[in-house]
Design a protein around this ligand. Structure first.
Ligand SMILES: [Zn+2]
Length: 229
């Protein structure tokens, strides 16, 4: 019965793959299996040496970092991120977070995290977009790992300009002091997983980490959906 119903729904409002635009099978969500398998994964979590590690080197509370996919200008990952960042498809962000988590969890990565913290948007930006895409990625991760998602403790106090077209130094200055802690005691003795959509120079994440480092005995790890080569 459900299958007939799905077939009928598909006839009037076909669900299409976000990338190849083919009609999705009933068990597929957002991406067809073929496109899902073809996503350019970094597999950084399986390596002891990769380009994200030097960004966070020397931070005493830092534990692990990985990015799920490679982001290239004009590539399929850019199109996916565009879809959930500017075209309202937050379910896609959740779906990709979930996919990443299934693969990372199978390899035992991030197994000792206590709480997931999406990089916050400023209230004004979140009101305009209607949601924070990093929060939806975090929800996807949390669903697989059964972490709580905390969106209250780390807050964005300053509405910064976009980081696009800025140098690494300008990015760092642009977001310095942009974040505040509302209930720091929440994260004392906890392993916090910071979650964002794209990592370019790491400026935003480093600014979040500067802020979180004031909390006693905190451990910090980072997950981003994509990494700009
Ligand atoms: Zn497809």
């Amino acid at each position: 019965m459900t299958t007939i119903w799905n077939d009928l729904l598909n006839l009037f409002d076909p669900r299409l793959c976000q990338l190849c635009k083919k009609t999705l099978l009933p068990e597929e969500r957002e991406l067809c299996l073929h496109c899902l398998c073809d996503l350019p994964r970094t597999y950084y979590h399986r390596r002891d040496d990769h380009p994200l590690l030097p960004i966070f080197a020397g931070i005493s509370s830092f534990r692990h970092v990985t990015a799920f996919l490679f982001y290239r200008e004009g590539g399929c990952v850019q199109s996916l991120i565009h879809s959930f960042k500017y075209r309202g498809n937050k379910q896609l962000a959740e779906r990709l977070g979930r996919m990443a988590a299934l693969e990372l969890k199978a390899d035992g990565f991030f197994h000792d995290v206590d709480v997931c913290v999406p990089v916050p948007l400023h209230r004004r930006k979140q009101r305009t977009r209607g949601y924070n895409q990093a929060e939806w990625i975090a929800r996807g991760l949390a669903e697989v790992y059964h972490y709580p998602v905390d969106t209250q403790t780390l807050v964005r106090a300053v509405d910064t300009d976009t980081q696009t077209h800025k140098s690494a130094y300008e990015r760092r200055m642009n977001v310095a002091e942009a974040f505040r802690l509302s209930r720091p005691e929440q994260f004392a003795d906890k392993h916090v997983l910071l979650v964002d959509d794209v990592l370019t120079t790491g400026a935003t994440l480093l600014s979040c980490i500067d802020c979180l480092m004031r909390i006693p005995r905190i451990s910090i790890s980072v997950f981003t959906l994509a990494f700009t080569m």
